[in-house]
Design a protein around this ligand. Structure first.
Ligand code: CLF
Ligand code: SF4
Length: 491
């Protein structure tokens, strides 16, 4: 897959933890990583990112991506990758249910664009490397761009073959490229990459890692020179490159990277990877957050990555891939822009309201001046609102509200607690465990029984703010939690 970028095959802890203290003081970062509004950047860049769910945290509430698995071949081996493994229920990069030819991919993109109005980006993220398997990547992008000219084209790569294709990427108006960069020191790289295949030769050890590193830096510099936005994905591998990623962040920032996405290693013996079989541990959620917080002042951090499969479809927290398998798509399919056009008009209005509400909420929190922080888990199905029932949630978005900001800092996947109108006690236990360290849960609806059990675990749950904008609801909870009124209101 794309060389495993996030698009690699990793994943890690299902949650991000912190000690279960209810109140912390002044620990949150003052800025929130990936850009949330045009105030964070110049207008030309904002135009490029405002509808891209991965490059803008705000956009991920409204817009969807789809990946087409047209690029199965890869030119390197990562110790966390095994592309033979396929499971429809497995959610990690590199894993796909069906590989596609470019023609099949175009059919699928049109079918999805007709039915999923949120679709804004077509990404090629493997299941091998999109630059190494270049002819299929290029053919797919060219055909899709002709049929759906307003769809953004996005690619993810390990970087080894990238410099050979930067000029063509620029010609095709590909504005977004992800490079997976796990090291800038070949000695570290030799622990991650057993071999690479480059210019008709196989290289191993430090020499392989050195070549890969040089090609990654060259590719990044070439993209920056052409104004193509680059995101760097790094896999955090405890004891191998975790400390080293601070230095990686500095290097990529100096070379113009737009975003840095540090993701936890996904590793399990069942995956059959080198790391999985060797028992390499994955980072704890709190270790990942601590590293992300540490590099917050460097290249902008992405905090909302879901470590997608190479054939994922939908909003980032969703995967609707099983609705669009080839056998469900007619041989002849014609693009109909009506649903996407109508959706964009609605989003334009709704988004303006959201930006205003968010600004007000943050000002309100600042005006309280109470010096404390909270972790809030939000059940949402999109639109930037608290609009999902507790029992229907498959993930919670985690926000940190501090004296100076309200920031999305991660997500926690859970099993759906309520099925067919009934909640499973065992499932609820798992949900509560996944919410360890959370102070407050916000949802559109919750029953008395789960509410009481959450309370027993020290977590307050409320549906008093159903359908409100997330930040508005969080600021209200913050005021209620600490018993303070905004200074402006008391003046
Ligand atoms: Fe796909 Fe990647 Fe483009 Fe996004 S995913 S190719 S940049 S359109 Fe996004 Fe998925 Fe994380 Fe990737 S959430 S794994 S960062
Ligand atoms: Fe991606 Fe290739 Fe690495 Fe697998 S071996 S994660 S396909 S770059």
């Amino acid at each position: 897959m794309s060389p495993p970028n996030s698009h690699d095959r990793l994943t890690g802890p299902k949650s991000f933890d912190r000690p279960a203290t209810a109140i912390r003081c002044g620990s949150a970062p003052s800025s929130c990583g990936s850009p949330a509004n045009s105030g964070d950047m110049n207008s030309a860049i904002w135009e490029k990112v405002k509808d891209h769910p991965c490059y803008s945290e705000d956009a991920h509430h409204y817009f969807a991506r789809m990946h087409v698995a047209v690029a199965p071949a890869c030119n390197i081996q990562c110790n966390y990758c095994n592309r033979k493994y396929d499971c429809a229920n497995e959610s990690r990069p590199g894993v796909v249910s069906e590989k596609l030819t470019p023609d099949q991919a175009v059919r699928k993109v049109i079918a999805v664009a007709n039915e999923v109005p949120q679709l804004s980006v077509l990404g090629i993220a493997g299941p091998g490397d999109a630059c190494y398997d270049w002819s299929k990547t290029k053919a797919t992008f060219e055909q899709v761009a002709k049929t759906i000219p307003d769809i953004k084209l996005c690619l993810s790569t390990n970087g080894l073959a990238l410099p050979d294709h930067v000029a063509e990427l620029a010609d095709m108006n590909v504005d977004h490229v992800t490079i997976t960069i796990n090291m800038i020191d070949p000695k570290v790289g030799a622990l991650i990459y057993p071999w690479i295949f480059y210019e008709h030769r196989r290289y191993t050890g430090i020499e392989a890692a050195r070549i890969l590193h040089e090609r990654q830096m060259l590719g990044l510099e070439m993209l920056t020179a052409r104004g193509i936005l680059t995101k760097i994905n790094s896999v955090m591998i405890p004891g191998v490159n975790d400390e080293h990623l601070v230095e990686v962040n500095r290097w990529v920032k100096e070379r113009g990277a737009f975003l840095h996405n540090i993701m936890p290693l996904i590793s399990s013996p069942q995956h059959g990877t080198y790391y999985g079989l060797a028992g390499q541990r994955v980072p704890k959620a709190m270790e990942l957050k601590a590293l992300q917080d540490r590099v917050q002042g460097g290249a902008r951090m992405m905090r909302h990555c879901r470590q997608c499969r190479a054939d994922a479809i939908g909003l980032l927290g969703q995967d609707r891939g099983q609705e669009f398998t080839l056998d469900q798509i007619p041989e002849e399919v014609t693009y109909d822009a009506s649903k996407r056009d109508a959706y964009r008009e609605v989003v334009a209005r709704e988004r303006g309201d959201h930006v205003a509400a968010k600004g007000q909420a943050i000002e309100m929190v600042k005006a309280m001046g109470c010096g404390k922080s909270l972790l809030v888990a939000v059940a949402t199905k999109g639109g930037g609102r608290v609009n999902e029932h507790f029992g229907h949630a498959r993930e919670f978005q985690i926000y940190e509200v501090s004296p100076s900001a309200i920031c999305l800092v991660g997500h926690r996947k859970v099993e759906q607690y309520c099925l067919g109108g009934w909640g499973e006690a065992a499932t609820l236990e798992g949900v509560i465990a996944a919410l360890e360290g959370i102070d407050v849960v916000l949802c559109a609806k919750i029953g008395d029984s789960p509410k009481e059990q959450l309370k027993g675990a020290g977590i307050r749950a409320t549906d008093d703010h159903g359908c409100e904008h997330i930040e508005t609801a969080i600021s209200a909870v913050y005021a209620a939690e600490f018993g303070v009124k905004p200074l402006a209101a008391t003046a």
